[in-house]
Design a protein around this ligand. Sequence first.
Ligand SMILES: [Zn+2]
Length: 331
Amino acid sequence: MIHTLQNLVRSTDARMAQFYLSLRQERDGLLIFLFHCIFRDEAEINRNLLDPLDRITVDHLRKLIEYYLEHGYTFVGPDHLLHGLPRKGKFAMLTFDDGYYNNTLALPLLEQYKVPAIFFIATNYILQQKSYWWDALWRVRKAQGASDKLINRDTLSYKDRRNSEIEQSLIERFGADVLKPHGDIDRPMNADELRDFANQPYVYLGNHTADHAILTNYAQREVRREVENCQRVLTEITSQTPTAIAYCNGNFNKDVIATCRAAGLKLGFTIRPRKNVLPLTADNGDLMRLNRFVPHTESPIAQQCRTYRSDIQFYSPLRAAYLKLARGQNA
Ligand SMILES: [Zn+2]
């Protein structure tokens, strides 16, 4: 039901965008995109070793980059944002959450098109080399024959818990090996790989907490520990200290923002699917609440790219209303 409604709103936005952009130019702004795991191809997705989430392949990523370059957008990195973006211009930004080894598949594209990207890392996954819990859940439930819908419901039911509680529950349900990765396709980068990765041109790293903590489920002192631990470990591994955080599951509130600021972070990334309005300046509070679109494969990438440019979109406000009413979440 929700999925059908979501697709209906998205297709309405797509039609509106086609009409709107045929009449006028879009307003200037910054479009930020969120990716998670990146697959080589469909065959890799169909191995069902990890939750395919948005089912994005290298080819989808290439198409998105090419689309925005062809439409006059400039790709920016966190350094650009820290210096502020002017009132005029069309900007785009690539972000990747979690720290999957498969994100290295994006490197040739970043170099070929000379576009920066920021990769948000949950450091305990790097240090402990365990599967991301949602992938572990997906893999086991898929092998049991559960439908995607049932698995998604199972995943959602965990999102009001702390990470340690989630992992403990999965171990109790499915055994001690449940968090063991199956290979390069689903594992996090290790510390040596992350160090090399951070030294690549066009690569920036960001904070995604130590435990992939959905911070609104944690007490204030635990929030501080999650954020500071991640900052410390990333600095130790890469000798670079992040300036940006992506809130896990997009959950944040004003206390979370205050704690992140106190830890030295200056940019905060949500998953509110909206265009960011210009100008963006260092003293602008919006820098800790940056909006991000999540490209997917339920409609053609070019159609989504066009829709994100449009200034009339219903999906974002309806999604925010749903999250607030159904889950009491500010998004
Ligand atoms: Zn994440």
